[in-house]
Design a protein around this ligand. Structure first.
Ligand SMILES: [Zn+2]
Length: 152
């Protein structure tokens, strides 16, 4: 059964923020810093502090343990099996076998958006609102990230 996500958002957004912050801090401790080449790409898409970025390579993106949050994430198409990357502030998950400059630029553009917002708590609820309102593909933050996957 599908969740009424708009009704659930006020309840789910703080859970999503807590989940994202938890994973971001784990990756910030154990993730890989960007290579010089990757720092160049991150700067190109607007990241102000790419030396703070960290990458974690995973078999698949982790799902939240909270069953409602996990179902919501899959329902809006965020953490399903077709997802190959996820930016949580400076921390970025990349699925093994999908590493590419294009994916890195996309995820780093989300880091740029997060930098503009100032924190995960300031960024993520707005991002989720966009996804609920416009759909994942048409969310303005996603369109902006796709527009930065390659040089214009
Ligand atoms: Zn994206």
């Amino acid at each position: 059964m599908n969740i009424d996500l708009s009704a659930a958002l006020p309840h789910l957004a703080p859970l999503a923020v807590a989940w994202a912050e938890q994973h971001a801090s784990k990756i910030s401790l154990h993730g890989h810093p960007l290579t010089d080449h990757q720092i160049g790409l991150a700067r190109k898409v607007g990241v102000a502090n790419p030396e703070k970025n960290r990458l974690a390579y995973v078999h698949q993106l982790p799902l939240p343990e909270d069953p409602q949050l996990s179902q919501a994430a899959v329902q809006i198409g965020m953490l399903g099996p077709s997802m190959i990357g996820l930016a949580l502030g400076y921390s970025i998950y990349i699925c093994n076998g999908h590493e590419s400059d294009r994916l890195l630029r996309h995820e780093c553009r989300h880091t740029y958006q997060f930098e503009k917002a100032g924190s995960i708590a300031a960024y993520l609820p707005g991002y989720l609102e966009q996804v609920l309102r416009f759909g994942y593909w048409n969310a303005p933050y996603e369109i902006d990230a796709r527009n930065h996957e390659v040089d214009a």
